[in-house]
Design a protein around this ligand. Sequence first.
Ligand code: SAM
Length: 247
Amino acid sequence: MRIDIITIFPDYFTPLELSLIGKARRSGLLDVRLHDLRSWTYDRHNTVDDSPYGGGPGMVMKPEPWGEALDAVSAAVPAASPRLILPTPSGLPFTQADAGRLAGEPWLVFACGRYEGIDSRVAADAALRMPVEEISIGDYVLNGGESATLVMVEAISRLLPGVLGNADSVAQDSFAPGLMDNLVEGPVYTKPPAWRGQEVPPVLLSGNHGAVDRWRRDEALRKTARNRPELLDRLDPERLDRRDREV
Ligand code: SAM
């Protein structure tokens, strides 16, 4: 998968050199390219923002550098066009299902806004040439799209085949399609079996895989009910067994 990121702070993305994503990049599974938006400015101050029409506080990112940047980046691969992701608090909420869907795309471009956001004509203009999605990572406001992009790139790229050592762990994670649809994961434990007066639940030491699976599902249902009760209404009734309903 190829990911292009356009930003005024390319250094923000050094974490993408680390850990599993860094390894995926070095092994060629993931091709991440960073672009400084200011390379598409031509004035002495490399200006990317201006005051908002209609007045009000803050600044808005100018359309010209963004238009040129997106033209150049999206023309990098002949006969292909990327999907453009615009992180914004006013976008559709990002979910695990989106991460899975976007992991199936060959090429994504992320456009990191700053200030009060990017002039709205940029998205409309880009949509004439490529699919465009406005996505929010949560109901709060960040200073810029860089950290939102880091979140999405990590959630997407860990789903690419070969990026995680154990592909099964993805299927058992919170929100994973299938087994964990609309569920969060319950508690997890490792050695030692007793620590500071707390014992690991005996079923996990029993070697009975059926009982362990049942316990994990019960705990996932309980934790979802405690922390994310709104998700319970979205559980597929067809997939619930009698024991699920009792939990
Ligand atoms: N004025 C905008 C609003 O109220 O919707 C907020 C702009 S914010 C200060 C600057 C940039 O941060 C946005 O253009 C966007 O790229 C990014 N951003 C902030 N919060 C975000 C969120 N929850 N999800 C995704 N991107 C976000």
